[in-house]
Write a protein that binds this ligand. Structure first.
Ligand code: URA
Length: 188
């Protein structure tokens, strides 16, 4: 891990800028390859992530890993995974706008250091924060939008897919579109 990234991580692990710090077991900073060309961004840690300190390690993470492996991506090797907020919101509620606004500064710094070409937003919260405030996953999933030299794509949150399995084929087609984009851009 390079120095700047390590410093950022240490700063984030000690963060007390919002009330979410009060009940956390761990700050979930992010995981993966810091030189990855592809990043995935979720909403915020759930129970398992809070306990283990890693993003997407619960049931939704298992589903995410399955989709990743279908397109030859691996969370340790060629992607980086982070969240909009780094501490678990109580009872898995949506992170409040003010919590997102405070915490997104860490994500901005992560993106600045990692320099991904593609960011995949997992679910509404991430897509509305990073792509557009009126982003609708049901109608805009799988579309690529370029902003500041980064291609953004929003897709279904894995937890939403566990609740509504009928959307799984749509999510799969988003991952296939991602694979095509990765090839087109010669990122791997
Ligand atoms: N849901 C998220 O949005 N992020 C995680 O890390 C885990 C579950």
């Amino acid at each position: 891990m390079n120095n700047e990234f390590q410093n950022l991580k240490e700063q984030c692990l000690g963060c007390t800028k919002c009330e979410l710090c009060g009940k956390r077991h761990n700050v979930v900073f992010g995981t993966g390859n810091e030189n990855a060309k592809i990043m995935f961004v979720g909403e915020g840690p759930g129970e398992q992530e809070d306990l283990q300190g890693e993003p997407f390690v619960g049931k939704s993470g298992q589903l995410l890993d399955k989709y990743l492996s279908l397109i030859d991506l691996d969370r340790k090797e060629n992607i980086y995974i982070a969240n909009i907020v780094k501490c678990r919101p109580p009872m898995n509620r949506d992170p409040k706008p003010e919590e997102q606004d405070i915490c997104i500064e860490y994500l901005r710094q992560q993106v600045k250091l990692i320099k991904p070409r593609i960011i995949v937003c997992l679910g509404r919260i991430a897509a509305q924060k990073l792509i557009s405030p009126d982003f609708r996953v049901t109608t805009q999933h799988g579309e690529f939008t370029e902003k500041g030299g980064i291609l953004f794509m929003g897709t279904f949150h894995p937890s939403a897919l566990l609740r509504q399995e009928s959307n799984k084929p749509l999510a799969l087609s988003d991952f296939q579109a991602l694979r095509n984009k990765i090839r087109e851009e010669e990122l791997l």
